[in-house]
Design a protein around this ligand. Structure first.
Ligand code: ZN
Length: 199
């Protein structure tokens, strides 16, 4: 807008860059923020900066964490013989919400996607293979999303793992809806995990 104050314009532009925040939502949020108490705005901006500064990738599973190794990798009650491979940290959250899984995780930080120029070397696949060297891993559960890219990635990893003699399974999504793991409810995730198949 032509007559909008520059700092407001700037805030709207920054918010507008966030996923799922369209122009109207960005405007609404910007005006809401300007109306907030200064302390609350400060707390919000500090939380953003602190999350960015203090959250790193776990040196074992590559999930986001503020301590290294992360809480899950450090948890001695979990089953270390199973690793569930997911695309993003948000997928670990989805699996944990379902509460039926007690093994470890490995976060790839993406999928193989030639269109976007993302190959196996851009993902945490090498790190996954390294984990398999010194540990007694019995099963790798591949929980990439039921999309073409998720399938390609699952297949690529299973081919790498087959000479190692480690059981590799893929979780069974009932209907290939092409959605993200994060949108699946707990029951769907539990069922998908139960019905996983060897690939
Ligand atoms: Zn970890």
């Amino acid at each position: 807008m032509k007559n909008r104050a520059k700092p407001i314009e700037n805030l709207i532009n920054q918010l507008n860059k966030l996923p799922g925040v369209g122009n109207k939502t960005a405007q609404r949020l910007a005006y809401h923020i300007i109306d907030m108490d200064f302390e609350k705005v400060k707390a919000l901006s500090d939380a953003i900066t602190s999350a960015k500064e203090n959250v790193k990738q776990c040196s074992i599973c590559a999930n986001f964490t503020d301590i290294d190794p992360c809480k899950i990798c450090n948890d001695t009650n979990r089953d270390e013989s199973v690793i569930c491979v997911v695309e993003y940290p948000k997928d670990v959250e989805a699996m944990e919400r379902a509460t039926c899984y007690h093994g470890m995780y490995h976060v790839l930080h993406g999928t193989i996607s030639p269109n976007k120029g993302i190959g196996p070397n851009n993902l945490k696949i090498r790190e996954l293979l390294k984990r398999l060297e010194n540990n007694n891993i019995e099963e790798i559960i591949i929980a990439t999303n039921p999309t073409a890219e998720g399938d390609t990635t699952a297949l690529y990893i299973s081919k790498l793992l087959s000479p190692l003699g480690i059981k590799t399974t893929r979780i069974a999504y009932g209907i290939p809806v092409g959605g993200d793991l994060e949108y699946y409810d707990e029951l769907t995730i539990s069922t998908a995990l139960e019905n996983r198949r060897e690939i």
